[in-house]
Structure formats: C-alpha cells, structure tokens
Write a protein that binds this ligand. Structure first.
Ligand code: FE2
Length: 412
C-alpha cells in the first residue's frame, strides 16, 4: 500500500474548512466554538473518518503533525496542526475525567463509544490564592452523548464539566485553540466546595507529601504528630494538600478528628467548606478503585453514575433511560452482583456490614441485600427483614447512609 493511500484526508479538509471560516471573522475567539462545532456537525468524523485507517496511518506514516507530550488522553494524537488551532484525537481507556474547565476553546465530537456528560456552575467563588478557590459547585445538567454528538467548549469557568466514557476505548475528536490568554488556570473541582490548579508547581508541598508517604509506608509512629505540627503552621492551601494526601491514612490511625480540629482551630470558618470536599475525595477514590476491578459494562455504568450524579432522581432517571423495567430493581440486581462476601462482614460497594449486630454470619449477605433494597424503596418492612431486630435494622441503615448508597436513599 502506497503512503498516499494510507492518508485519510478527512482531518486535513476539516482543518482547512475551520481555518477559512475562522479567518473570515478575523479569528474572533468568541466565534470559534461555534465554527468548530458546525464544521464537526456538518460532516461528522463518526461517519466520515475511518478510525482503523487513522490508527494504521499514524503508526506507519512518518508524515504526522507535531506531537505534544500531553498526558491528557490515553493517548492524545494530534491530527492537524495550525498556528491558530489544532485537531486532536483523544483515546479513553478507563473512563472518567475530573470535573474541570479549560484554558482553550473549540468543540469536541464523540467519534467512537458514548459518554455521560455533566456540566456545573461554581457559585459564590472566593479566591484563597491565585490557584485555590472555594465556592459552591452545583450540577447544571447531565446528558448521555451517543456516538456522533458534538459539543462546543468555551474557555474559563463558564464551561465546567466532567465526562465519563462508557465504552473502551472511547474516542473524542477535539478542534481547539492552543490556549486562550487570561483563562488560566484550568481549574479542577473537588465537589462540593474547592477549585484548584491541577498543575502542581508547589514543588515543596509535593516533596513534603511524598516524604510523608515514605513515613506512612514504613508505618513510622511520628507521622500523626508531624502532620499536626505541619497543620498548625501551614497556610490554608498548603495545609489542605497535606490533609488531602493523608486523610485516608489518618482515618485508619483513628487520629483524623484531632488533625481536623487543629486545622479548624488554625483557619476558623474558612476551613469548614473543605471537610465535605475531603470526604468526597475519599468516597470517589473508593469507587474509582472498585471500578478498576469491575469489567462488566453495566456495573461500570452504575459506578459512573455514582461518581458523576448527585442524587437519586438523576441516577435512577439515567438507569431507566438505558434499561427496561423498574430502575430500583435493576440497581438491586447490580447490588447482588457487586456484593463482596469478605470474611465476616460483607461489603456492597463502600458500605460494610456493621460489626455489632446479632445477625448470624451466614445470613449477613442476604440480610444486607434485603436491607439495601428496603433502603432504596422505603415503605413496609419486607419479609426478608422481619426476623431482624430494630437495633440491627438501625445499624444497617446507618452503614448504608454513610456510603455511596446514601445518594439513592428513598426520601419519605
Ligand atoms: Fe474537558
């Protein structure tokens, strides 16, 4: 096969179209997202470009645009390069992006696979430093983006979003500016209250966190005391990073409350919004870790919903859109597949069977699943739970309420 036959001219043509139309409006930044989205929509890459050919061409043909060393995408390939903008293909192997905004603008197109897209607003913003803000992150809307969908991207905090890619790989095509001056940093959001610059240029803090990790790994008994001294001395932003790094370990040591109290003592009311953000990091990390062990696409979809949607209505709505029948029954069926029998105490996702019940060991999985189903449905106590004491039911309810299942609780 000759090289000329390998080349797919689609992206060159797309690049030329976008360039000509943008030039005609004097490269107005405001006009760019619309121009990019229209060009992608008129002749969608999902239908007009050949992904297989593109991959073979990229591997065998040396004549490629300049490639970046970006760590975004798995990988990111640059398909067309222009001093004013470029076109990239992003492959996604493991699903999710953080909640983020962009310092560039343009449009993206779902070329292969499909994605769950969530958009947010960050209200009541307050700058702590140039790279760290607090505020209220509110979900604006969610949508399922099937193959072929195009979405414009604006730079800055007007376009805060996250994507969960449902198939592996998912491929998005992005037509984008290099960067839009004045819209940096590209904040990452830690719901519900924090925005931070993900580019870790505070290398002193980075090294301190790594040094603390050394102490953690060798189980050095001075770890909690050193963290307390650090927290007593550091500013809000740096203190937050030390807490974020250590919260899981400090909890397991049983000293988290003491460390948190020291942080609040130092920073007062400014510290308080950071606690729910730290707790949400732990919850998400647990779900992300589980996702790494789950390959079934339906279960992965469910975990994505728990990571990306904030409440029962939206999660069950999304389940009902994709699966026939009662969405609560679908979720209960997934719980049955997700239950981890463990040794003594079964787990369903991040909920652990409580350790102070009188429920015999062999009955715990069945009771836990029935309790979860009841937690999701509300109403009368089902037959499977009638032999369980009120005290044990309360413990089970509390275990579920402090897990990710709390998102799905039936509010009566
Ligand atoms: Fe994005």
């Amino acid at each position: 096969m000759g090289k000329s036959r390998l080349m797919d001219p689609y992206f060159t043509e797309l690049g030329r179209t976008v360039y000509a139309r943008w030039k005609a409006v004097d490269f107005s930044l405001e006009a760019f997202p619309d121009i990019a989205a229209k060009a992608l929509g008129e002749k969608p890459p999902a239908r007009h470009a050949d992904l297989g050919k593109l991959m073979v061409d990229f591997l065998l043909n040396d004549e490629q645009p300049y490639q970046s060393s970006s760590g975004f995408g798995q990988p990111e390939l640059i398909l067309h390069d222009n001093p004013k903008f470029y076109i990239q293909a992003l492959f996604w192997m493991d699903g999710t992006t953080d909640i983020h905004q962009h310092g560039f603008s343009g449009a993206f197109h779902v070329m292969a696979g499909s994605s769950l897209h969530a958009r947010y607003d960050f209200l009541k913003q307050r700058s702590v430093t140039a790279r760290f803000r607090t505020g209220e992150l509110k979900l604006r809307e969610t949508a399922l983006l099937p193959t072929g969908t195009t979405v414009p991207i604006a730079s800055g905090s007007g376009c805060i979003h996250s994507l969960f890619h449902l198939e592996t790989p998912s491929v998005t095509i992005v037509v984008r500016t290099h960067s839009d001056p004045g819209t940096d940093p590209q904040f990452t959001y830690l719901p519900p209250h924090v925005a931070l610059d993900p580019i870790q240029n505070d290398t002193l803090t980075l090294r301190r966190k790594q040094l603390l990790d050394v102490l953690e790994q060798i189980e050095d008994p001075s770890y909690p005391k050193l963290v307390l001294r650090l927290i007593g001395d550091l500013d809000l932003e740096r203190g937050f990073f030390i807490l974020q790094n250590g919260i899981g370990y400090l909890r397991s040591l049983g000293v988290w409350e003491t460390v948190w109290a020291a942080f609040v003592k130092k920073h007062g009311a400014k510290a308080r919004p950071l606690l729910p953000a730290l707790e949400e990091i732990l919850r998400r990390d647990a779900i992300v870790a589980m996702r790494a062990t789950v390959t079934d696409p339906d279960l992965r979809f469910f975990l994505a919903l728990l990571l990306n949607l904030p409440d029962r209505e939206r999660i069950l709505g999304m389940v009902a859109k994709r699966y026939k029948g009662d969405p609560v029954s679908t979720v209960s069926q997934w719980a049955l597949e997700l239950i981890d029998l463990g040794e003594e105490y079964p787990r369903i996702l991040d909920a652990v069977f409580p350790d102070q019940t009188s429920v015999p060991e062999e009955e715990r999985p069945g009771v836990f699943l029935a309790a979860l189903d009841h937690f999701l449905r509300g109403g009368k106590l089902p037959a499977g739970l009638r032999g369980v004491s009120k005290h044990d039911l309360a413990l089970l309810g509390r275990a579920l309420a402090k897990s990710s299942w709390s998102l799905l609780r039936r509010k009566s």
